[in-house]
Design a protein around this ligand. Sequence first.
Ligand SMILES: NC(=O)c1ccc[n+]([C@@H]2O[C@H](COP(=O)([O-])OP(=O)(O)OC[C@H]3O[C@@H](n4cnc5c(N)ncnc54)[C@H](O)[C@@H]3O)[C@@H](O)[C@H]2O)c1
Length: 248
Amino acid sequence: MSKVAVITGGGSGLGRAAALKLAEQGVNISVIDISEAAGNETVKLVEEKGVKAIFVKADVSKAEDVKNYVDKTVEAFGTIDMFFNNAGISGPGTRFAENTIEQINQVVGINLLGALYGVKYVLEVMLKNGGGSIVNTSSTAGVVGQETVGTYSATKHGIVGITKTIAAEYAREGIQINAIAPGTTETPMVKSYRENHPEVFENVVAGIPQRRIGQPEEIAELVAFLLNGQAKYINGVVVPIDGGFTAQ
Ligand SMILES: NC(=O)c1ccc[n+]([C@@H]2O[C@H](COP(=O)([O-])OP(=O)(O)OC[C@H]3O[C@@H](n4cnc5c(N)ncnc54)[C@H](O)[C@@H]3O)[C@@H](O)[C@H]2O)c1
């Protein structure tokens, strides 16, 4: 039987790259995104790899949408073996005191509450069906402090907290859960930032020991490794994938 992966933020960037990588390995994919056009495009690309895929539209900051994408996936495929809990937004890029309450709530709602709801509802299915593997998307900003990403950083540190806790609580019941901490990676999220702040971007690259940003396919390799059973004894950790950025 083919394995089944749920991928949030599957319409773009890291989510789409991971969907394609797992599809190449024969995994059926449930693509979750707030953007219908982007999600359906990923479904098409995934199906071209010869596996099955569905799209479920969801705003991950809404618990009922999260419950719905989990239910729809189980209806379509019978179970969930892998979960890439990845949807996120970057925030306003200003120093913290300049953030509005609305901006804070939006970033926390999508990045942290969305991820927590996802873990809760997917975990219920995995525990019933004998286990599964989860990768949560944190960030270098979930490991170290950086300027202008206060709320984002708080949510990504929160992702690390839930990852460690779930490993401690559920590893003995067949749950493998890890977080990835990518550095700046060339996705649409970053492309638009680069266009709007070219001078900041030059500084970003200068601060990375490997002197380049990451590619989505490189992150997808790591995600597939952590999800597909190759790395079963890695549990509850945060894996940096950042060209050496957090080594400094
Ligand atoms: N690109 C980077 O440099 C980088 C670095 C570290 C961490 N990350 C994290 O990686 C994850 C993916 O980012 P990306 O770079 O691929 O970005 P992206 O913007 O290319 O993709 C994010 C996807 O999430 C979807 N999305 C946004 N809000 C949503 C919501 N409320 N509900 C459902 N879907 C929603 C978007 O429609 C989009 O398809 C995010 O959690 C981000 O914080 C990115």
